[in-house]
Design a binder for this molecule. Structure first.
Ligand code: SAH
Length: 213
């Protein structure tokens, strides 16, 4: 499924009405057709502002939440970004238009394999997809200017906090998986960590270990 001019305009309008106003975040989202990341039964709903099921029992996040997270992350053109929770690859594709380099990790090999093919076909060559437990970060590529986590943990994972550069920003949902969670922005300053709560959200849980498939 691909979008036409009318669908694209409505999609961007809906994002703005939900508070996604940053020009760079909107510009990147305009370049990535969500219809390419939703397959099968739910394809027709790709441009609606709702999370949708993807393979391996996971979900592609709601576009307005993707927009708010992208905006809060404030990615700069020279940045090296880590995403934990590749899922459909939609968020990573958006980040690839804003950052120098994106590393994205998921515990489901089936999802990472699909994403690699998709990024190749979309000519997104600055994204590296890795299968693994992202709660430990990616030590060999650390430190990162920006870290985004798209699955919920009770607290920000320690290894991710330590792999964030000074001056760096991390955006993630925190809270219990079966309750309403909070989206938070953590900034690493010379004096320590600064926490800022953004909005209530609901994400699938961050789970330990690599999945069977
Ligand atoms: N960002 C995605 C949505 C992610 S859904 C998108 O744009 O479509 C959350 C993803 O986090 C799921 O794919 C799940 O497999 C993954 N996940 C959960 N725990 C993880 C962990 N410890 N390490 C890596 N990925 C994890």
């Amino acid at each position: 499924m691909t979008w036409d001019a009318e669908q694209k305009m409505q999609f961007l309008f809906a994002l703005r009405s939900k508070g996604v106003t940053d020009a760079r975040a909107l510009g990147a989202m305009e370049k990535v057709d969500r219809g390419m990341f939703v397959k099968g039964h739910f394809e027709a709903r790709a441009y609606e502002d709702m999370p949708l099921p993807i393979a391996s029992g996971q979900t592609i996040s709601q576009p307005s939440v993707v927009g708010l997270m992208t905006q809060a992350l404030n990615v700069q053109p020279r940045d090296k970004v880590l995403e934990v929770g590749t899922g459909s690859g939609y968020q990573a594709a958006i980040l690839s238009h804003l950052a120098r380099r994106v590393y994205t990790v998921d515990r489901h090999r089936r999802l990472t394999r699909e994403c690699e093919k998709l990024f190749e076909s979309l000519d997104l060559h600055n994204v590296t997809v890795i299968t693994g437990d992202g709660s430990f970060g990616l030590a060999e590529q650390a430190p990162f200017d920006r870290i985004i986590v798209t699955a919920a943990a009770e607290d920000p994972p320690g290894p991710l906090l330590s792999q964030l550069k000074e001056g760096g920003i991390m955006v993630l949902p925190v809270g219990q998986s079966d309750a309403v969670q909070s989206l938070i922005k953590v900034t690493k300053t010379p004096d320590g960590l600064d926490y800022h709560e953004l909005c209530p959200v609901r994400f699938v849980p961050l789970i330990e270990g690599v999945a069977q498939e």
